[in-house]
Design a protein around this ligand. Structure first.
Ligand SMILES: NC(=O)c1ccc[n+]([C@@H]2O[C@H](COP(=O)([O-])OP(=O)(O)OC[C@H]3O[C@@H](n4cnc5c(N)ncnc54)[C@H](O)[C@@H]3O)[C@@H](O)[C@H]2O)c1
Length: 316
């Protein structure tokens, strides 16, 4: 099967590419390398096109020529803080870029599986864990753009009778992660632990998120590809983990208790978050299986082993 992975040189995308290659699929990556790294790809087995998804003509040309069956669309501006500083640039990549991918997909009837966000979608004061039908109360342009992109998926499904799927990812962590994304805190803590530095916690450390291991997220993409209908699915554990609990897990992996310093809370930060994964379990047959402490240990060991699996771009 021919598969395109946009953003395939990034953290999650490169793990997904590896999974496709291991299954013998023919993989083409579209990535502008603004956040991704060529060395995360095995270029003997994967074709990389250094192209931005904002370039509609180039994207259409690549996709019509390759004619993939599936497009996993992960290319994105991933920083919530950048989206607040420059909402137009965020919208250009995350909305227009998605429309370009959907338009190109329609020319060859390719199915799109889109990396949306759960962590930045629902906002505060919601039912926890939050199900998919809860109305978005996003606090940042990044979440608005992802929600808007989901609406385009649904629109294209109505217009073209396609079955595109959106996966609302929790805070994904694991080897190869860069510290700047949504779950960058794991990479940051692991980097501090490896260097024996003191990490900073903003606020009291009791704020919670749903941390999901990258290997489980790859499995969710594979399950979505084999699902024969459209839909929006939370991809999380359903478990709230506080920043302090996370630091404990990193401390356990590093073999010593790491003492943080505390700084004032950051404005606009959501207090609590967890995604209800029941719909994904019922329909996709997907469930996160990696316990947080195991996933953190794998991430920390990858970082300190100095292999291709490094957890943080900071330590290159
Ligand atoms: N990491 C998380 O916790 C998390 C949570 C929810 C959703 N997501 C989504 O998952 C996807 C992958 O995120 P990640 O954490 O692997 O981030 P990442 O930065 O490692 O990967 C994104 C990739 O997209 C590429 N890219 C950026 N702009 C592009 C453009 N205009 N054209 C082509 N390529 C472009 C980057 O070079 C990078 O390789 C993103 O869509 C992100 O919004 C991530």
């Amino acid at each position: 099967m021919r598969v395109v992975v946009t953003g395939g040189a990034g953290f999650i995308g490169s793990h997904l590419v590896d999974a496709f290659v291991a299954r013998g699929e023919e993989v083409m990556v579209i990535d502008d390398l603004s956040g991704g790294r060529v060395e995360l790809l095995d270029l003997d087995r994967v074709t990389l096109h250094h192209v931005s998804v904002t370039d509609a003509a180039a994207v259409t040309n690549l996709i019509t020529t390759f004619a993939p069956k599936v497009i996993c669309h992960l290319a994105a501006q991933i920083s919530v803080r950048h989206s607040i500083a420059n909402p137009a640039a965020d919208a250009e990549t995350n909305i227009i870029g998605t429309v370009n991918v959907l338009t190109a997909a329609a020319t060859v009837n390719a199915r799109v599986v889109f990396a949306s966000t759960g962590g930045a979608m629902y906002g505060d004061g919601v039912v926890l864990p939050t199900p998919e039908d809860f109305l978005p109360g996003t606090e940042a342009p990044y979440g608005v753009a992802k929600y808007c992109a989901e609406q385009y998926l649904a629109l294209f499904n109505r217009l073209h009778r396609s079955a595109h799927v959106a996966l609302r990812l929790g805070n994904v962590y694991g080897p190869r992660q860069d510290p700047h994304g949504e779950a960058g805190v794991v990479a940051i803590f692991c980097g501090h632990a490896a260097h024996n530095d003191q990490p900073t916690i903003y606020g009291d450390g009791e704020q919670t998120r749903d941390y999901v291991f990258v290997g489980d997220v790859v499995e969710a993409f594979l399950a979505a590809i084999h699902y024969d209908s459209d839909g929006v699915f939370n991809v999380g554990t359903g478990i709230e983990t506080s920043v302090l609990e996370l630091l404990d897990a990193v401390s356990a992996a590093a073999g010593r208790q790491i003492q943080p310093r505390f700084a004032p809370p950051r404005l606009g930060e959501v207090r609590r978050g967890a995604l209800d994964p029941a719909w994904a379990a019922d329909t996709l047959g997907w469930k996160a299986t990696t316990a947080l402490r195991d996933g953190i240990r794998i991430t920390y060991e990858a970082l300190t082993s100095g292999s291709r699996e490094r957890a943080s771009g900071r330590l290159r």
